[in-house]
Design a protein around this ligand. Sequence first.
Ligand code: BG6
Length: 489
Amino acid sequence: QEVGCLSIIVLGASGDLAKKKTFPALFHLFKQGFLQENDVHIFGYARSKLSDEDLRERICGYLGQAASTEPTEVLSRFLQLIQYVSGSYDSEGGFQLLNKQISEHEISKRSEPGTSRRLFYLALPPSVYPSVCKMIRRYCMNQSDLGGWTRIVVEKPFGKDLKTAEDLSSQLGELFDEKELYRIDHYLGKELVQNLLVLRFANRLFLPLWNRDNIDNIQIVFREDFGTEGRGGYFDEYGIIRDIIQNHLLQVLCLVAMEKPVSLYPEHIRDEKVKVLQSVIPIKLEEVVLGQYEGYKDDPTVSDSSNTPTFATIVFHIYNERWEGVPFILKAGKALNSRKAEIRIQFKDVPGDIFESKRHGRNEFVIRLQPSEAMYMKLTVKKPGLEMSTIQSELDLSYGLRYQDANIPEAYERLILDTIRGDQQHFVRRDELRVAWEIFTPLLNSIEEGKLRPVMYKPGSRGPAEADELLAKVGYVQTHGYIWIPATL
Ligand code: BG6
């Protein structure tokens, strides 16, 4: 079936997310030829009174640095595709006007009625999702199903707890089918997160090892070396658990722990993710350490009595045949001593060890999501030379070195392309979201009730010492005297 032209509508076009992520991702797709001038038109919609030129200038300003190395001609061709429509998020007039503009574009491209494609990207606070979706449903849908479609992309936070998330899901669910809704979690667009399925299920090497018989514990870690600069107001309402752990790190946990899907069909993958989430047993408060960095409350948008964690370590247990007894430690923190995200799989000690290899530390398989994407396996080897002594070394696959000519796309770039292609594999399904909130809501309630308080930590440190103690308590053995250095050219 012939498909018609594509309209991409960015709602919240004058906001931060649109400027920093959505438009740059669209520009990169354009540059690589995924968005064709004779086919695509981009609409920005927001409340501010701006002209087309004003919006283009803003986007251009943000793309400035990257653009300076580009022929300005590519950028100006991209900017010419963008048109601005101003209106509020609940006004009929605004959305009627938007529809008129989209239709004019479709007519000018001679799209057969019903074949055109409309992608709505909600770069907006979730409080306006219901009214915006209602307006889209009422005024802006592609009118029939002759190969065309209307799709809605939404950003987290999808609610604050089980109830608010379910309310939001029901409101959106009344307006759109699940196959029209794309809930973005940008961690699912990262190269090494997408590699997890291949790694686990296409390598004979890992199949017999990936279980409770061999693995002692698994850590999924996110660290940032800056605080909540400029986002204190948002952050204080959500905290690190809702900002990072309930979504990004839990999604990674699913891919590390799930069983092999029946096929690569998106529903088969998402079915397995839901199953593993359903096997997570309730979080115990004594297996949680919260932290807040000193100075967090100096931000005028943060309340002086804020109990909001900027750091958390939480131990999860999955009760199934593969994982019973293996702690999954999810850790995230702002204002720490480094910026990185990684998965660290620590194996059990060698039984009947004759080399005292325990001295060096255990075998670990580390997947470095960012920066410097890499995978490395920590091994004990014979120290080169005449003596029979052992040292710890590694098998290292550093992407920068191994794939020198490859361009690793930005997460948003990849995910937006998926929405155009209609591939929901890397998006969060409604039932997945529900179970994710079921897991975290009791803990979040305890924090709100003040049953659990964050420990203060110094900005630029490792976070609270209590978190390292918890790690050791559940079995993680830290390797001393060995540091992996990312390979460089
Ligand atoms: C966002 C969080 O979802 O992810 C931010 O709201 C965080 O607080 C960001 O900084 C991290 O993303 P990345 O891709 O830089 O790891």
